[in-house]
Design a protein. Structure first.
Length: 211
């Protein structure tokens, strides 16, 4: 039985519509997946996804014995920026930091927003001194941003951040690594902000018990 020309045309149209619908669904699923994994404001990884990346890197390090660093970055005096310039400007400051970090960091690094003005960076195959160097480079890049144009202030204000960096050790967990990086961050703030502090594994006690 030969299909009528109109029926053939209708079937072809339905196939086109079905293909378009399937493409829309794929795009929608991709968008939903991105929203679940990324911070809505800055577009970087959200806290949950960054913690997953940290857990994955910790497991990989246990298998390979390779080091990695975890850094936690916190914008200095961000509350004052919001109060003096408005929350819209504060949001732009957060986006600027995130954009600058993503352009500067390596492709293997994982950068995400932990919450508020706090960000985390997982740096695979990185010793502590290299982690500190990375934070120094990021600080210089952030300082070079057009802050007068971003904040609307002409008083020479430059946005800075404090950073805490730690390195993994065999017995560490995701929770203990986060706590150590937070402790290093607190030390950076106590040291006057706009700097990086480290927390490394203490050397073993080599004291002879018979002495």
């Amino acid at each position: 039985m030969i299909a009528e020309p109109n029926a053939v045309a209708e079937i072809a149209l339905l196939r086109q519509q079905l293909a378009a619908t399937e493409e829309e669904l794929r795009t929608l699923r991709s968008s939903i997946s991105s929203l679940i994994r990324h911070d809505a404001l800055t577009g970087v990884l959200n806290r949950r996804t960054l913690i997953e990346a940290l857990r994955t890197e910790l497991q990989r390090s246990h298998r390979t014995a390779q080091p990695f660093c975890l850094a936690i970055v916190d914008l200095d005096h961000f509350k004052h920026i919001n109060e003096q310039c408005g929350t819209a400007t504060g949001d732009l400051v957060l986006k600027t930091l995130a954009d600058t970090a993503q352009k500067l960091l390596r492709g293997v690094d994982r950068f995400g927003r932990l919450g508020g003005e706090e960000f985390g960076i997982v740096m695979p195959a990185t010793w502590l001194d290299s982690g500190v160097t990375a934070m120094t480079r990021l600080r210089a890049a952030v300082a070079a941003c057009d802050w007068p144009g971003i904040t609307g202030r002409t008083d020479g204000t430059v946005v800075t951040f404090s950073a805490g960096v730690t390195i993994n050790a065999p017995a560490y967990t995701v929770s203990s690594l986060m706590q150590r990086a937070e402790a290093a961050l607190l030390q950076a703030k106590l040291d006057g902000r706009n700097c990086t502090a480290i927390l490394e594994e203490p050397l073993p006690d080599m004291t002879d018990p018979d002495d």
